[in-house]
Design a protein. Structure first.
Length: 82
């Protein structure tokens, strides 16, 4: 194995948090990664707390994205001849 490694440039391994690693793999520059993690990485409690606004406005409780997607799946099916 040592002979195989001769003349090869050493590879430095860098520990990264999963979000940072995934974002870097998508080709974003480091300053963009830092901005996104700072902006979205620490959402205040008010930003992640469900409130009754949807029900007040629409008269029915809010649905999850999964519920909405299931209810509207047919809207996204390819139509014949399209």
């Amino acid at each position: 194995m040592a002979r195989l490694m001769e003349g090869l440039m050493p590879v430095a391994r860098e520990k990264r948090a999963p979000a940072r690693r995934q974002t870097a793999m998508m080709g974003h520059p480091q300053d963009v990664i830092d901005f996104l993690l700072q902006t979205y990485g620490d959402t205040p409690e008010a930003g992640r707390t469900a409130v009754g606004t949807v029900e007040k406005v629409t008269g029915r409780p809010a649905r999850t994205f999964a519920q909405w997607a299931t209810e509207h799946a047919d809207d996204f099916q390819a139509t014949a001849g399209a």
